[in-house]
Design a protein around this ligand. Sequence first.
Ligand SMILES: Cc1cc2nc3c(=O)[nH]c(=O)nc-3n(C[C@H](O)[C@H](O)[C@H](O)COP(=O)(O)OP(=O)(O)OC[C@H]3O[C@@H](n4cnc5c(N)ncnc54)[C@H](O)[C@@H]3O)c2cc1C
Length: 463
Amino acid sequence: MPAPGQRVAVIGGGIAGLTAALAVSRAAPAGTHLTVLEASSELGGKLHTSDFAGLPVEEGAEAFLVRRPEALTLARDVGLGSDLVGPATLAAWVWSRGRLRPLPPRTVLGVPTDVRTLDGVVSPRGRARALADLLLPRTQLGTDVAVGRYVAARLGPEIVDRLVDPLLGGVYAGRAADLSMAVAVPDLMRAVRRDRSLLRAARAAHRPPQNGPVFQTVAGGLARLVAAVAEASSAEVRTNAVVRELRRTPSGWRLVVGSAAAPEVVLVDGVVLAVPAAPAARLLAPDVPRAAAELAAVDYASVAVVTLAYPSAAPVAGSGLLVPAVEGRLVKAVTFASAKWPHLAADSGLHILRCSIGRHGETADLQRDDPELARAAAEEVASLTGQRGWPVATRVTRWGGGLPQYAVGHLDRVARIRAAAALQPRLAVAGAAYDGIGIPACIASGERAGQQVAAALSAAQSA
Ligand SMILES: Cc1cc2nc3c(=O)[nH]c(=O)nc-3n(C[C@H](O)[C@H](O)[C@H](O)COP(=O)(O)OP(=O)(O)OC[C@H]3O[C@@H](n4cnc5c(N)ncnc54)[C@H](O)[C@@H]3O)c2cc1C
């Protein structure tokens, strides 16, 4: 049983781990000593802002959805409420059938609510096929189904290829054919259980634009959120502290931290494990093998973000564009960052663009070296947007194994992982591998894990 002055380790200093640390600091018994152990040299994980052409440009995530409250609430909670900014424009494009076309409005992650909005993006035949949804008998769903399979069965493959796949690819870097509908579009999953027509279900699931922006970010970059959450947690933060082993002891957990040459043993009463699935599987393998086996089965996609600075604005207005995989291009999305975010509109007149590259299972493009990848991205920007001239600065950020892929049945898998972890004393898991890839979902999982470990510590102390 833990004695007063208990110790908690949060393994992983991404946004999930830092939120967990904040939750532990608020809910654990007084005197609890809290340490965040982060393998890399900086906190934040996929939230990483750095200077590019004199501006604080994101290397990973750029913004969070405000429809879910967690990120907004956390940012306000740690004192950044007045520094939140929304995009200056949301108008977006999709490169389809030979040219840029306005991204159809009012879709649910690409699933249309009105086929009249699809003109040009899909062929007249594809549009007619989508309308067959209104007449087709019910499509079997089961407990979960691949988004692409279900949408293709209802609306035809063209809607998947030209709308659903690029929108899902922009979020997950995954292919619609493989992604779990229950996790990726839960509102739609609920709606199609009620209505056999997907078009009608999409209409029911679609939430009309609210007052205010759909996305927000922190002026100056999401690294400010990372720093503010870490500070608010008052945790001892240790960077360059890779956790190599996690073992049960009679009273808690024994961690081995640091290099093989100079290992350090850290004894704690409670642990929040907030690392991606592969390291989580390795750490849990000896004592929680059932959770480890489930985690080892979660696949990841590798992606790269190529950031380019141009002396003149993109000739296309709006926040950015998507490119469907069927178009056979290198770049899957371009964000016109300086047009989208007011704090990235430089006095110097430079315009920043961010290009996303990499889809699940397709790694050949990412094998190119940095200069070659930047050159190829710039060539595509020129051909997609008509951008003239060559970028005056380039940056390539690689996220090897950066994005978890939620296969069909993922929610059941997560339930089995949590059930196995719950049998262990004062252990909880958090992060993008579990309930959602977006920042709000990661924050929610961190909060939940931190509260669980804190409650277990309190219970153990008063037992
Ligand atoms: C390119 C890109 C763009 C994205 N854009 C958006 C966006 O705009 N909006 C959005 O909502 N989401 C976006 N996401 C997703 C979102 O950023 C992530 O899902 C989220 O930040 C993950 O947070 P996390 O804390 O779970 O994991 P991570 O950020 O991966 O943090 C885990 C941490 O654990 C550390 N670690 C790993 N192993 C160990 C170990 N053995 N010991 C100690 N530490 C360890 C890692 O170094 C890392 O810092 C994007 C992701 C990527 C890759």
